[in-house]
Design a protein. Structure first.
Length: 506
């Protein structure tokens, strides 16, 4: 099915999110829509999917103008969408989620769950998915949840499939699997719109690339374009794709020291197993590994979120185990969580309020139990300018910002305090190249100021760019600690559980 958007314009008050955008996606084509966070990519696709109504312009399918009053109309016309933040009900099974909104019934109006289960099996078999129709969605890894979203879209006979930042929460292995699925769909004639800001992925899978900047189409490119060319189109300037940093000036004594750390789940399973390492003042230690090997739980133990942690975690000689989260933050720990929407922000609070979430009792902002709005507004305006947060103002709800700008709010909050330790988990997840450049620079500046920095990332490019030393985790344990310039293939073997070989420092 051929998709054509003509002159699509969408305004939110004085903000023009989409400015007369034209886009053509041919049948059996993967068309990448590339742009910075906040460029208008997701808004454009929400117009296509019927979630928003365009102020101007037309949507055509096979040269026929469409009038979508909502997502139901778009789905009926053959458009499916895999959202960046999955539209699944966690307490429902896979089969129940797939049939939601399109329920088949049998006698006396009872849901035909056996039919839904079989449909899930049929689609899963077609693509080689390992998906249990009776599994509770909330218990599934994010990569499998995304497959459920794909099954939902395909179960409604989607001829045009939109993937909105589909790799934002996937491991490198899951990303490769998704690329293979997209190619298979394309080869079967499905038209695919692939929204992303990851240059490596665009060049790997796209047939054509359209670049959007500040709500406008600024150019088209072939997959043969270089990363530098694509980044320049996205951002409107030359982007430094490598991190420049001097050798670390590591101080003796102090910093973070973890000894014999063990973390159990509520059911008693060991998820962090006798882990020991340190992060000295003035260095970045990156914790690498495939997601799900204990990194999340280790970070939770450091910041006081793990209930069943034993061993020792000290910061400048002060024991953190046993302290509350509030007490640990007050010790000077800055924390960038891996899931900003769940743990980093309160979406209904304003940008200004989110910038002082962990300083809400600070006398700088609060007197006599009352927030001094003028002081807060001035502080927020300064952080918005300093961290290039794209927002209409400090009083805008943080939940309305693009994902990358939400991440900048979290980064700005955590780095605007006096820190003794920065813990940054997946600091650039779902963030565009311009913002990645900015965040990486800030992390290096924090390290150069003498603060120990622990970075947790599943992106090997990020690990290699930032780390002075790399600790690789596998099944809850540290396989080895190696220098920051360790080759990717060696790190890959360690991530699969192999210990460092001869010639690689552990």
């Amino acid at each position: 099915m051929k998709l054509e958007l003509r002159g699509i314009t969408k305004r939110f008050g004085s903000l023009v999110a989409n400015d007369h955008i034209d886009l053509v996606v041919q049948p059996g084509e993967i068309h990448a829509l590339l742009g910075e966070n906040g460029a208008g990519k997701s808004t454009l696709m929400n117009v296509l999917y019927g979630l928003y109504q365009a102020d101007e312009g037309e949507i055509l399918l096979d040269d026929v103008v469409q009038h979508f009053r909502g997502p139901g109309d778009a789905m009926a016309a053959g458009i499916g969408m895999v959202h960046q933040h999955f539209m699944l009900i966690p307490v429902f099974t896979v089969a129940e989620n797939v049939m939601l909104g399109h329920e088949d019934t049998k006698g006396l109006g009872a849901l035909d769950l056996p039919k839904a289960r079989q449909h899930v099996r049929d689609v899963a078999q077609r693509f080689g998915f390992q998906v249990d129709p009776d599994a509770i969605v909330g218990d599934l890894p994010v990569g499998v949840q995304q497959r459920v979203e794909i099954i939902k879209a395909l179960s409604r006979d989607a001829k045009v499939l939109v993937f909105d930042e589909p790799t934002a929460v996937l491991t490198p292995q899951e990303t490769d699997e998704l690329m293979a699925i997209m190619r298979q769909l394309r080869d079967e004639g499905t038209s695919i719109v692939f929204i992303t800001h990851k240059l490596r992925e665009v060049r790997a899978v796209a047939d054509r690339i359209t670049v959007i900047r500040l709500g406008k189409v600024v150019g088209e490119a072939a997959p043969t374009a270089t990363n530098a060319e694509l980044a320049s189109l996205m951002v409107g300037r030359a982007v430094e794709l490598t991190v420049h940093k001097d050798p670390p000036k590591v101080a003796d004594g102090g910093g973070l020291e973890v000894k014999g750390l063990r973390v159990l789940t509520p059911s008693g399973a060991v998820v962090v197993d006798n882990v020991s390492f340190d992060v000295k003042p003035g260095e970045v230690v990156a914790l690498a590994g495939v997601q799900g090997n204990g990194q999340t739980e280790l970070v939770e133990a450091i910041v006081g979120l793990a209930d069943r942690a034993s061993g020792s975690i000290t910061l400048d000689g002060v024991e953190l185990i046993g302290k509350s989260v509030r007490g640990i933050l007050d010790e000077g720990v800055g924390f960038v969580p891996e899931d900003r929407t769940e743990d980093g922000l309160v979406g209904g609070f304003t940008v200004a309020e989110n910038l002082i979430l962990d300083r809400s009792g600070d006398s700088e902002f609060v007197r006599g139990g009352t927030v001094m709005r003028g002081v807060l507004h001035e502080f927020a305006q300064a952080r918005i300018a300093e961290y290039d947060i794209r927002t209409q103002g400090p009083d805008v709800p943080a939940g309305t910002l693009s994902g990358g700008n939400q991440q900048k709010v979290v980064i700005a909050r955590e780095m605007s305090r006096d820190l003794k330790l920065l813990v940054a988990a997946q600091p650039t997840r779902g963030v565009d190249v311009g913002s990645i450049e900015f965040i990486h620079t800030r992390i290096v500046e924090t390290r150069d100021s003498g603060v120990p920095v622990l970075v947790v990332s599943t992106e090997l490019d990020e690990v290699a760019a930032l780390a002075d030393r790399i600790a690789v985790m596998y099944r809850g344990a540290i396989v080895g600690i190696v220098p920051g310039d360790t080759p990717r293939d060696v790190l890959g073997l360690m991530m699969a559980g192999e210990t460092p070989g001869d010639g690689v420092a552990a």
